[in-house]
Design a protein around this ligand. Structure first.
Ligand SMILES: Nc1nc2c(c(=O)[nH]1)N[C@H]1C(S)=C(S)[C@@H](COP(=O)(O)O)O[C@H]1N2
Ligand SMILES: [Mo]
Length: 406
Protein backbone atom coordinates (compact mmCIF):
# COMPACT_ATOMS: atom_id res chain seq x y z
CA UNK A 1 0.00 0.00 0.00
CA UNK A 2 2.59 2.53 1.13
CA UNK A 3 4.97 1.82 -1.77
CA UNK A 4 2.36 3.05 -4.23
CA UNK A 5 2.08 6.47 -2.66
CA UNK A 6 5.61 7.73 -3.29
CA UNK A 7 4.38 10.20 -5.87
CA UNK A 8 2.79 13.14 -4.14
CA UNK A 9 -0.15 14.93 -5.73
CA UNK A 10 2.03 17.77 -7.03
CA UNK A 11 4.72 15.42 -8.31
CA UNK A 12 2.01 13.49 -10.14
CA UNK A 13 0.47 16.59 -11.68
CA UNK A 14 3.85 17.85 -12.89
CA UNK A 15 4.57 14.42 -14.36
CA UNK A 16 1.23 14.67 -16.11
CA UNK A 17 2.09 18.14 -17.40
CA UNK A 18 5.45 16.89 -18.68
CA UNK A 19 3.92 13.94 -20.47
CA UNK A 20 1.00 16.04 -21.66
CA UNK A 21 -1.73 13.56 -20.87
CA UNK A 22 -3.20 11.65 -17.92
CA UNK A 23 -1.14 8.82 -16.51
CA UNK A 24 -4.20 6.64 -16.14
CA UNK A 25 -2.79 4.17 -13.58
CA UNK A 26 -0.35 6.71 -12.19
CA UNK A 27 -1.26 5.91 -8.61
CA UNK A 28 -0.07 2.34 -9.17
CA UNK A 29 3.46 3.22 -10.36
CA UNK A 30 5.78 1.13 -8.16
CA UNK A 31 8.12 2.91 -5.78
CA UNK A 32 11.32 4.05 -7.46
CA UNK A 33 10.12 3.29 -11.00
CA UNK A 34 10.53 6.04 -13.62
CA UNK A 35 8.01 5.91 -16.49
CA UNK A 36 9.71 4.95 -19.78
CA UNK A 37 8.94 8.29 -21.36
CA UNK A 38 11.05 9.99 -18.72
CA UNK A 39 13.79 7.35 -18.61
CA UNK A 40 14.88 8.10 -22.13
CA UNK A 41 13.12 11.30 -23.00
CA UNK A 42 12.18 11.57 -26.64
CA UNK A 43 11.91 15.32 -27.18
CA UNK A 44 9.35 15.01 -29.95
CA UNK A 45 6.89 13.21 -27.68
CA UNK A 46 7.91 15.11 -24.58
CA UNK A 47 7.42 18.55 -26.11
CA UNK A 48 4.87 17.55 -28.78
CA UNK A 49 7.23 18.63 -31.56
CA UNK A 50 7.14 17.49 -35.17
CA UNK A 51 9.59 14.66 -35.93
CA UNK A 52 11.29 16.85 -38.57
CA UNK A 53 12.41 19.38 -35.94
CA UNK A 54 16.16 19.34 -35.33
CA UNK A 55 17.63 18.77 -31.87
CA UNK A 56 20.81 20.83 -31.42
CA UNK A 57 21.35 20.06 -27.73
CA UNK A 58 19.58 18.01 -25.06
CA UNK A 59 21.20 19.56 -21.95
CA UNK A 60 19.73 22.10 -22.08
CA UNK A 61 17.11 21.36 -24.73
CA UNK A 62 17.62 23.38 -27.90
CA UNK A 63 15.50 22.44 -30.89
CA UNK A 64 15.03 24.27 -34.19
CA UNK A 65 12.66 24.20 -37.15
CA UNK A 66 13.47 23.93 -40.84
CA UNK A 67 12.30 26.67 -43.18
CA UNK A 68 9.48 24.65 -44.75
CA UNK A 69 8.11 23.76 -41.29
CA UNK A 70 7.47 27.46 -40.65
CA UNK A 71 4.95 27.77 -43.49
CA UNK A 72 1.91 28.42 -41.25
CA UNK A 73 0.81 32.04 -40.80
CA UNK A 74 0.65 31.38 -37.06
CA UNK A 75 3.33 29.01 -35.80
CA UNK A 76 1.82 25.99 -34.02
CA UNK A 77 3.65 24.51 -31.02
CA UNK A 78 4.90 21.51 -33.00
CA UNK A 79 7.04 23.76 -35.24
CA UNK A 80 8.16 26.23 -32.60
CA UNK A 81 11.86 26.24 -31.73
CA UNK A 82 12.94 25.71 -28.13
CA UNK A 83 15.85 27.65 -26.70
CA UNK A 84 16.70 26.87 -23.09
CA UNK A 85 19.70 28.16 -21.17
CA UNK A 86 19.02 25.95 -18.17
CA UNK A 87 16.76 23.14 -17.03
CA UNK A 88 12.98 23.32 -17.38
CA UNK A 89 11.41 23.83 -13.93
CA UNK A 90 9.76 20.83 -12.34
CA UNK A 91 6.84 20.72 -9.92
CA UNK A 92 5.06 23.78 -11.26
CA UNK A 93 1.97 24.42 -9.16
CA UNK A 94 -0.32 27.00 -10.77
CA UNK A 95 -2.26 27.39 -7.51
CA UNK A 96 0.75 28.80 -5.71
CA UNK A 97 2.51 30.49 -8.68
CA UNK A 98 3.01 34.22 -8.17
CA UNK A 99 4.53 37.18 -9.98
CA UNK A 100 6.39 39.75 -7.88
CA UNK A 101 7.23 43.27 -9.02
CA UNK A 102 10.20 44.68 -7.13
CA UNK A 103 13.43 46.60 -7.73
CA UNK A 104 15.10 49.95 -6.91
CA UNK A 105 12.45 51.90 -8.83
CA UNK A 106 9.28 50.67 -7.09
CA UNK A 107 8.01 52.17 -3.83
CA UNK A 108 7.05 48.78 -2.43
CA UNK A 109 7.21 45.32 -3.87
CA UNK A 110 3.92 43.79 -4.91
CA UNK A 111 2.94 40.18 -5.53
CA UNK A 112 0.12 38.86 -7.71
CA UNK A 113 -1.32 35.37 -7.95
CA UNK A 114 -2.08 34.01 -11.41
CA UNK A 115 -5.80 34.45 -10.74
CA UNK A 116 -5.30 38.10 -9.75
CA UNK A 117 -3.34 38.84 -12.90
CA UNK A 118 -6.02 37.27 -15.08
CA UNK A 119 -8.99 38.99 -13.41
CA UNK A 120 -7.60 42.36 -12.36
CA UNK A 121 -6.18 43.37 -15.75
CA UNK A 122 -7.59 43.46 -19.26
CA UNK A 123 -6.22 40.75 -21.53
CA UNK A 124 -4.87 41.31 -25.03
CA UNK A 125 -3.90 38.96 -27.85
CA UNK A 126 -1.14 39.73 -30.34
CA UNK A 127 0.74 37.69 -32.88
CA UNK A 128 4.42 38.27 -32.06
CA UNK A 129 7.64 37.37 -33.83
CA UNK A 130 10.23 35.83 -31.53
CA UNK A 131 13.64 35.20 -33.05
CA UNK A 132 16.66 34.03 -31.10
CA UNK A 133 19.52 36.54 -31.35
CA UNK A 134 21.76 33.61 -32.38
CA UNK A 135 19.55 32.42 -35.25
CA UNK A 136 21.84 31.90 -38.26
CA UNK A 137 24.96 31.57 -36.08
CA UNK A 138 26.13 28.43 -37.93
CA UNK A 139 27.18 30.46 -40.98
CA UNK A 140 29.71 32.76 -39.33
CA UNK A 141 33.41 32.39 -39.98
CA UNK A 142 35.44 32.20 -37.79
CA UNK A 143 32.74 30.11 -36.09
CA UNK A 144 31.03 31.40 -32.97
CA UNK A 145 30.48 29.23 -29.91
CA UNK A 146 26.93 28.34 -28.93
CA UNK A 147 24.04 26.45 -30.49
CA UNK A 148 24.67 26.21 -34.21
CA UNK A 149 21.27 27.55 -35.27
CA UNK A 150 20.71 27.54 -39.01
CA UNK A 151 17.50 29.42 -39.84
CA UNK A 152 14.87 27.80 -37.62
CA UNK A 153 15.09 29.73 -34.35
CA UNK A 154 12.15 31.98 -35.15
CA UNK A 155 8.42 31.72 -34.47
CA UNK A 156 5.29 33.83 -34.72
CA UNK A 157 2.56 32.49 -32.45
CA UNK A 158 -0.32 34.39 -30.88
CA UNK A 159 0.15 35.30 -27.25
CA UNK A 160 -2.57 36.24 -24.80
CA UNK A 161 -1.94 37.98 -21.53
CA UNK A 162 -1.98 41.25 -19.68
CA UNK A 163 0.08 44.27 -20.58
CA UNK A 164 3.30 44.55 -18.62
CA UNK A 165 2.58 48.30 -18.56
CA UNK A 166 -0.76 47.82 -16.76
CA UNK A 167 0.85 45.64 -14.11
CA UNK A 168 3.82 47.99 -13.63
CA UNK A 169 1.47 50.96 -13.32
CA UNK A 170 -0.65 49.09 -10.79
CA UNK A 171 2.44 48.18 -8.77
CA UNK A 172 3.71 51.75 -9.09
CA UNK A 173 7.17 52.71 -10.28
CA UNK A 174 9.21 55.85 -9.70
CA UNK A 175 10.90 58.26 -12.09
CA UNK A 176 14.16 56.44 -11.40
CA UNK A 177 12.95 53.54 -13.58
CA UNK A 178 15.36 52.82 -16.44
CA UNK A 179 15.03 49.12 -17.27
CA UNK A 180 13.12 46.00 -16.28
CA UNK A 181 14.80 42.67 -15.59
CA UNK A 182 13.11 39.28 -15.33
CA UNK A 183 13.73 36.40 -12.95
CA UNK A 184 12.41 32.94 -13.69
CA UNK A 185 11.94 29.47 -12.24
CA UNK A 186 14.27 27.50 -14.50
CA UNK A 187 17.32 25.85 -12.94
CA UNK A 188 20.99 26.54 -13.70
CA UNK A 189 22.74 23.63 -15.45
CA UNK A 190 24.95 23.23 -12.35
CA UNK A 191 21.74 22.94 -10.27
CA UNK A 192 23.23 25.65 -8.03
CA UNK A 193 20.13 27.47 -6.68
CA UNK A 194 22.18 30.67 -6.30
CA UNK A 195 22.75 30.84 -10.06
CA UNK A 196 20.23 31.90 -12.69
CA UNK A 197 20.45 30.40 -16.20
CA UNK A 198 19.40 33.75 -17.67
CA UNK A 199 17.93 37.03 -16.40
CA UNK A 200 17.55 39.61 -19.12
CA UNK A 201 15.31 42.62 -19.64
CA UNK A 202 14.48 45.71 -21.65
CA UNK A 203 14.49 49.51 -21.33
CA UNK A 204 11.29 51.05 -19.92
CA UNK A 205 10.22 52.26 -23.39
CA UNK A 206 10.00 48.65 -24.60
CA UNK A 207 8.48 47.43 -21.33
CA UNK A 208 5.67 50.00 -21.63
CA UNK A 209 4.69 49.22 -25.25
CA UNK A 210 1.12 48.01 -25.90
CA UNK A 211 2.37 44.69 -27.28
CA UNK A 212 4.70 43.79 -24.40
CA UNK A 213 2.77 41.11 -22.56
CA UNK A 214 2.88 38.99 -19.47
CA UNK A 215 1.35 36.05 -21.29
CA UNK A 216 -0.49 33.02 -19.98
CA UNK A 217 -1.75 31.61 -23.28
CA UNK A 218 -0.10 30.68 -26.56
CA UNK A 219 -2.27 30.06 -29.62
CA UNK A 220 -5.34 30.13 -27.36
CA UNK A 221 -4.18 27.44 -24.94
CA UNK A 222 -2.07 27.19 -21.81
CA UNK A 223 1.54 27.96 -22.76
CA UNK A 224 3.35 24.63 -23.35
CA UNK A 225 5.76 23.79 -20.53
CA UNK A 226 8.88 24.22 -22.70
CA UNK A 227 7.72 27.68 -23.76
CA UNK A 228 7.25 29.10 -20.28
CA UNK A 229 4.17 27.65 -18.57
CA UNK A 230 2.42 29.11 -16.70
CA UNK A 231 3.61 32.70 -17.27
CA UNK A 232 5.98 34.35 -19.68
CA UNK A 233 7.15 37.76 -20.73
CA UNK A 234 6.72 38.35 -24.47
CA UNK A 235 8.53 41.25 -26.12
CA UNK A 236 8.12 40.75 -29.88
CA UNK A 237 10.68 42.10 -32.35
CA UNK A 238 13.54 42.00 -29.86
CA UNK A 239 15.92 39.06 -29.38
CA UNK A 240 13.68 36.33 -27.94
CA UNK A 241 16.01 36.13 -24.93
CA UNK A 242 14.16 39.21 -23.60
CA UNK A 243 10.97 37.13 -23.45
CA UNK A 244 11.54 35.42 -20.10
CA UNK A 245 9.83 32.05 -19.69
CA UNK A 246 8.54 30.64 -16.36
CA UNK A 247 8.28 34.24 -15.14
CA UNK A 248 8.25 34.79 -11.37
CA UNK A 249 9.63 38.25 -10.78
CA UNK A 250 10.20 41.50 -12.63
CA UNK A 251 12.55 44.07 -11.16
CA UNK A 252 12.14 47.70 -12.11
CA UNK A 253 15.74 48.83 -12.13
CA UNK A 254 17.30 52.27 -11.70
CA UNK A 255 20.09 51.16 -14.07
CA UNK A 256 20.51 48.92 -17.10
CA UNK A 257 19.62 45.44 -15.81
CA UNK A 258 22.80 43.54 -14.95
CA UNK A 259 21.39 40.00 -14.65
CA UNK A 260 22.90 36.84 -16.13
CA UNK A 261 23.57 37.18 -19.88
CA UNK A 262 23.13 40.97 -19.92
CA UNK A 263 26.88 41.65 -19.96
CA UNK A 264 30.08 40.59 -21.75
CA UNK A 265 29.55 38.95 -25.13
CA UNK A 266 26.04 37.68 -24.26
CA UNK A 267 23.39 39.20 -26.52
CA UNK A 268 25.75 42.08 -27.24
CA UNK A 269 27.48 42.98 -30.49
CA UNK A 270 30.25 45.43 -31.37
CA UNK A 271 28.72 48.94 -31.47
CA UNK A 272 30.71 49.51 -34.66
CA UNK A 273 31.71 46.92 -37.28
CA UNK A 274 34.88 44.88 -36.59
CA UNK A 275 37.04 42.53 -38.69
CA UNK A 276 36.16 38.81 -38.41
CA UNK A 277 37.85 37.31 -35.34
CA UNK A 278 38.84 40.68 -33.88
CA UNK A 279 38.86 41.05 -30.06
CA UNK A 280 36.37 43.70 -28.95
CA UNK A 281 36.71 45.74 -25.75
CA UNK A 282 33.85 45.40 -23.27
CA UNK A 283 32.96 49.09 -23.52
CA UNK A 284 32.69 48.78 -27.30
CA UNK A 285 29.91 46.17 -27.05
CA UNK A 286 26.22 47.21 -27.32
CA UNK A 287 23.11 45.34 -26.15
CA UNK A 288 21.00 43.99 -29.03
CA UNK A 289 17.63 45.72 -29.16
CA UNK A 290 15.29 45.60 -32.19
CA UNK A 291 16.13 42.62 -34.46
CA UNK A 292 17.18 43.29 -38.07
CA UNK A 293 15.06 42.83 -41.21
CA UNK A 294 14.84 39.20 -42.33
CA UNK A 295 12.74 36.76 -44.36
CA UNK A 296 12.25 33.05 -44.98
CA UNK A 297 10.95 31.15 -47.99
CA UNK A 298 8.70 28.55 -46.36
CA UNK A 299 7.32 26.99 -49.56
CA UNK A 300 8.52 25.07 -51.45
CA UNK A 301 11.18 23.12 -49.60
CA UNK A 302 14.72 23.63 -50.92
CA UNK A 303 15.43 21.02 -53.60
CA UNK A 304 11.98 21.18 -55.22
CA UNK A 305 11.71 20.18 -58.89
CA UNK A 306 9.35 21.60 -61.50
CA UNK A 307 8.76 20.90 -65.18
CA UNK A 308 10.04 23.25 -67.86
CA UNK A 309 7.41 25.88 -68.70
CA UNK A 310 5.74 25.58 -65.29
CA UNK A 311 5.68 28.52 -62.92
CA UNK A 312 6.96 28.10 -59.38
CA UNK A 313 4.78 29.51 -56.61
CA UNK A 314 6.77 30.51 -53.56
CA UNK A 315 5.65 31.94 -50.24
CA UNK A 316 7.13 32.92 -46.92
CA UNK A 317 7.31 35.44 -44.11
CA UNK A 318 9.32 38.61 -43.49
CA UNK A 319 9.84 40.64 -40.32
CA UNK A 320 11.96 43.58 -39.18
CA UNK A 321 12.06 43.91 -35.40
CA UNK A 322 10.23 47.08 -34.38
CA UNK A 323 9.74 48.11 -38.00
CA UNK A 324 7.44 47.01 -40.77
CA UNK A 325 8.71 45.31 -43.92
CA UNK A 326 7.87 47.61 -46.81
CA UNK A 327 9.47 45.85 -49.78
CA UNK A 328 9.97 42.21 -50.73
CA UNK A 329 12.03 40.96 -53.67
CA UNK A 330 13.31 37.70 -55.07
CA UNK A 331 16.19 36.82 -57.38
CA UNK A 332 16.76 33.71 -59.53
CA UNK A 333 20.23 34.80 -60.75
CA UNK A 334 22.26 34.76 -57.51
CA UNK A 335 21.34 38.33 -56.64
CA UNK A 336 22.33 39.99 -59.96
CA UNK A 337 18.75 41.24 -60.53
CA UNK A 338 15.71 41.44 -58.25
CA UNK A 339 11.94 41.34 -58.86
CA UNK A 340 9.39 42.88 -56.51
CA UNK A 341 6.70 40.69 -55.03
CA UNK A 342 3.66 41.48 -52.85
CA UNK A 343 4.10 41.70 -49.09
CA UNK A 344 1.00 41.71 -46.84
CA UNK A 345 0.47 43.99 -43.85
CA UNK A 346 1.16 42.38 -40.45
CA UNK A 347 -1.80 41.12 -38.40
CA UNK A 348 -0.63 43.61 -35.76
CA UNK A 349 2.59 45.48 -35.02
CA UNK A 350 5.53 43.07 -34.39
CA UNK A 351 3.94 40.16 -36.30
CA UNK A 352 5.66 38.73 -39.35
CA UNK A 353 4.26 39.48 -42.81
CA UNK A 354 3.41 37.06 -45.61
CA UNK A 355 4.76 37.26 -49.14
CA UNK A 356 4.24 35.19 -52.26
CA UNK A 357 5.41 35.17 -55.86
CA UNK A 358 4.90 33.21 -59.05
CA UNK A 359 8.23 32.68 -60.81
CA UNK A 360 8.98 31.79 -64.43
CA UNK A 361 12.35 30.23 -65.32
CA UNK A 362 14.00 30.78 -68.73
CA UNK A 363 15.06 27.16 -69.35
CA UNK A 364 15.92 23.77 -67.82
CA UNK A 365 18.60 23.68 -65.16
CA UNK A 366 19.62 24.42 -61.59
CA UNK A 367 18.47 27.65 -59.99
CA UNK A 368 18.43 29.26 -56.60
CA UNK A 369 15.63 31.50 -55.41
CA UNK A 370 16.89 34.17 -53.03
CA UNK A 371 14.50 36.35 -51.01
CA UNK A 372 15.27 39.85 -49.75
CA UNK A 373 13.19 42.07 -47.47
CA UNK A 374 13.58 45.80 -46.89
CA UNK A 375 12.33 47.60 -43.77
CA UNK A 376 10.56 50.95 -43.41
CA UNK A 377 13.92 52.68 -42.90
CA UNK A 378 15.10 51.41 -46.29
CA UNK A 379 17.52 48.85 -44.86
CA UNK A 380 17.69 45.57 -46.81
CA UNK A 381 18.96 42.12 -45.87
CA UNK A 382 22.59 41.45 -46.83
CA UNK A 383 22.90 38.85 -49.60
CA UNK A 384 25.34 36.47 -47.90
CA UNK A 385 26.49 37.47 -44.41
CA UNK A 386 26.22 40.57 -42.23
CA UNK A 387 29.08 41.87 -40.08
CA UNK A 388 30.91 39.30 -37.96
CA UNK A 389 30.56 39.51 -34.17
CA UNK A 390 32.09 37.40 -31.39
CA UNK A 391 28.97 35.35 -30.53
CA UNK A 392 27.49 35.08 -34.01
CA UNK A 393 24.33 37.09 -33.50
CA UNK A 394 22.02 38.81 -36.00
CA UNK A 395 22.68 36.81 -39.15
CA UNK A 396 19.93 38.17 -41.36
CA UNK A 397 21.37 37.07 -44.71
CA UNK A 398 18.97 36.34 -47.57
CA UNK A 399 17.34 32.92 -47.38
CA UNK A 400 17.95 30.74 -50.44
CA UNK A 401 16.31 27.61 -51.84
CA UNK A 402 17.53 25.31 -54.62
CA UNK A 403 15.19 24.56 -57.56
CA UNK A 404 15.67 22.18 -60.47
CA UNK A 405 13.73 22.75 -63.68
CA UNK A 406 13.53 19.49 -65.67
N1 LIG B 1 13.51 31.66 -18.09
C1 LIG B 1 14.05 31.59 -19.30
N2 LIG B 1 13.55 32.38 -20.27
C2 LIG B 1 14.06 32.31 -21.51
C3 LIG B 1 15.15 31.46 -21.82
C4 LIG B 1 15.65 30.63 -20.78
O1 LIG B 1 16.57 29.84 -20.96
N3 LIG B 1 15.07 30.72 -19.54
N4 LIG B 1 15.71 31.49 -23.08
C5 LIG B 1 15.52 32.73 -23.82
C6 LIG B 1 15.99 32.65 -25.19
S1 LIG B 1 17.67 32.86 -25.42
C7 LIG B 1 15.13 32.52 -26.25
S2 LIG B 1 15.70 32.59 -27.84
C8 LIG B 1 13.68 32.32 -26.02
C9 LIG B 1 13.21 31.06 -26.69
O2 LIG B 1 11.82 30.92 -26.53
P1 LIG B 1 11.12 29.55 -26.90
O3 LIG B 1 11.92 28.42 -26.31
O4 LIG B 1 9.74 29.64 -26.33
O5 LIG B 1 11.08 29.47 -28.41
O6 LIG B 1 13.34 32.24 -24.65
C10 LIG B 1 14.05 33.15 -23.81
N5 LIG B 1 13.52 33.11 -22.48
MO1 LIG C 1 18.00 33.15 -27.72
Amino acid sequence: MKRRLFLTRTAMSSLTALIGTDIVFGALIPNGYTPLLLQDPDPFTLFKKDKDMVVLNDKPWNIEAKAHLLDDDITPNKFMFIRNNGLIPENIDVNTWTLTIDGEAVNAKKTYTLAELKTKFKSYTYQLTLECGGNGRSEFDPPAKGNQWTIGAVSCATWTGVRLRDVLEDAGFTNKAVYIGYHAADVHLSRDPEKEPISRGAPMAKALQDETLIAYKMNGQDIPLAHGYPLRLVAGGWPASVSGKWLQRISVRDRVHDGTKMTGDAYRVPCNPVAPGEKVKDEDMCIIESMPVKSLITYPQSGAMIKEGQKLNIRGHAWAGELEVTKMEYSIDFGATWQNCPIAKPKNRLAWQNFSASIAFPKKGYYEVWARATDANGTSQPMLLPGWNPKGYLNNACHRIAIKVT
